[in-house]
Design a protein around this ligand. Sequence first.
Ligand code: SF4
Length: 933
Amino acid sequence: MAVRTTCPYCGVGCGLIARRAGEAAGAEVAGDASHPSNFGRLCSKGAALADTLGLENRLLHPRIRECAGAERASLEHASWERALDRVAEGFLRIAREHGPEAVAFYVSGQLLTEDYYVANKLMKGFIGGANIDTNSRLCMASAVAGHRLAFGGDLVPGCYEDFELADLVVLVGSNTAWCHPVLFQRIAEAKARRPQLRIVVIDPRRTSTCEIADLHLPIRPGTDVWLFNGLLAYLHRNGCADAEFVAKHTSGAAQALATAETSTADATELGRTCGIDPGRIETFFRIFANTPRVVTAFSQGVNQSTAGTDKVLSILNCHLLTARIGRPGMGPFSITGQPNAMGGREVGGMASQLAAHMEIENAAHRRIVQQFWASPRIADRPGLKAVELFEAIHAGRVRAVWIMATNPAVSLPDADRVREALARCELVVVSDCEADTETARLAHVLLPALAWGEKDGTVTSSERRISRQRAFLPAPGEARPDWWIVCEVAKRMGFGRYFDYAAPHEIFDEHARLSCTENDGSRMFDIGGLAGLTRERYDALEPVQWPVRSSAGRGPLVDRDDAKGVARLFTDGRFMHADRRARFVPTPPRAPAHAPDGEFPMVLNTGRIRDQWHTMTRTGRSSRLAEHRPEPFIDLNGQDALVAGVREGELARTVTRWGSMIGRVRTSGEMARGHVFVPMHWSAVVASDARAGALVSPAVDPVSGEPELKHTPAHIEPFHVDWFGVVASRRPIGGPKVAWWTLVRGEGWLRYELAGRGVPGAGADSTDWAEWARRLIGVPDDEEDFLDYFDEGSSIYRAAHLVGERLEACVYVSRRPELPARRWLASLFARPAIPDRDRAALLAGRPLASDAASTGAASDSGPLVCSCFAVGREAIASAIRAHGLRDVREVGARLKAGTNCGSCLPEIRALLAESASALSPSIQTAARGALSI
Ligand code: SF4
């Protein structure tokens, strides 16, 4: 049966139709045309969800490690009873002996709201501390802090429709095309319908998002506050302030303006500070000033900074001064990274909040929550935020941590120290659906949780829209919902009657009732209208934007016309501070925590790529998502690459004061001089040395606690190797013992890219290539069908292992990085048999005679651009050249590329522009869109 559910990846919150495709674990997933976030659209990640549902590497049973510090091998299967007893007993004992501050939960924007709710309730109301923080701290804590300071609550004023109604969309620190692709598609389609909609992108990189931009401001990282202070002063000087709105609905404007005036002089100086051509700054200021309908959307490039809160506030100040808020087509908009970061904030799943948008520091709020929960205690001061929490674990002040649905050993800054902290922690509990993550490797207790498709509850998207995630797959093994696991632990701690829920709708009901308890309108987060839903009504709940207020005595609002919720906040100019005024907050600019210097002259930026998500525990299961950017890479400017002595396609090492990583060099053209970008996704499970988190400075914003993931001083150095190799195998070969490796998933097989020093298989007297290759791919004895070939002249070695006529594994090694085409390798594993006459070709790495369709298969069509139809960069570029294709429609008509999810359209546009540029500079301008207005 088909169910309507919600995508588990980004904060856009796309609706999906999913159904099980038979008894096997397979499924079909499509966009839900009736969901108001995406109206049927999906991006490449959402479109590939069905590929990610297998049970391989799933954690299906509880496991316990008996002694601290022992190896992972000693983790043993345990019953739920034993595992839950161990968690409850450990947390209770440590809290009793060392106080509630000695225990902590570290949770995730991947959890459902119901899971989050009970975890927060257990920690803050029953254990009595506030050490529950979340990986959302790494993504939108600065937006939360900015909203609370300016509006009096963590409130996103607008909705996605505003992007389509605006005349100017400013995207700040957001590669929307890759990180929130469906929202990007909505903006791009709106622009196609109304070319007068202008797009300004403010980003140090020239990302795919720039493909629809009218103006790109390649800002120097960390200087956003200077830029928006400059804009604020410009708006004031040029008569754009809405004096009536400012006087009636705000306070603090004069001080914020004075700060803005003193922090910026003229466009020339501002240009020097921000690293932007002053003419472009003036153009931006002019169009912002002259365009009433402006949406300024911001994401991690703004939030992940030691001045993140001030960056957010400097943007909000500009919207408050011009009263561009609370009306269609205008407003500041925080684009949330995770699927349920906002749901976590609603229930108070951060160390700095209580529950239902109430404040820990507010005694009245503490009383409301404690009375409502009837809890024996209530946390009375904020707990430790993510980075300080793991520092406290390292220092031994926090002795027990329960990590739910996240992988901090990879994703937190200074990740090697986080690994160290977990290794020395007295009790590490991990609940996850994956059996092998870097964090799970450090656990004493592993608890199997349900995954997307199996679990049931609600999530809230960036536009405050609550949607249902519904189950359509059976629970595998002994996996259980996160809310159930938390409640079972709570029962064993003696709090059973407070955690006695039969199903998630009962938790949602309690959450909804708390939101309207003693809420006389002083708290915007109010979903009292959704209280009292029966299981059937909860199951049928339509996507709805909060607030959804109750009407006493009239039952749930879902029965009534006003059940649609509220699209825009502050429409009456009333905010949530006690005096109902918004606050201008002065934002004196300050530089990032660590400046580049002689030893570390470059600025490291970390972020997402188009087809991967977080630490690849889900997206890494899909072979089609693997091919867009198959390896960890280091993207830098071509001139910086020359200076560092590295070349495109070679390996290099990025080094910072905190750690290092190795990746393939890219000179994409996106990077300005002095800047380097590395993706955040690779972990030690899939690559030898590619953890971006290990590089990042642990400096945080003093208000939000969000780390500075976009600005760490770094240098690049060559990573010299003597040989390169590729191994393809139907079975895992484990982490090979070579200088560098990375794992890429194929369809039913695995590919290992290798690089090494010395000669593989070299012994004291001779080199035994065959012995080395056999050990590498696990060929047990001489009876096996193993063939190999060594070309002494060129030092090229090739080997293949067949079982029956089917290729089981192959190995190619060369002194040069050029190895057989990976698409050709993929075609070998799709073949049921390799006949004898093709064995020589197999070893030569060229098309097989028996495969008529393989003509040209030994040459790659380049890195994958379109994941849906497996169309590579070279195939698109040559079709554009050969057929004179002029736009994305013509490319789609010929190759199908870009005709499904549309995530690759920005890259196809870039290829069209490149081709046009080769013809004539004037054609390039037409194809790419003028980059200045
Ligand atoms: Fe999922 Fe893509 Fe939609 Fe984000 S944009 S919710 S990743 S389908």
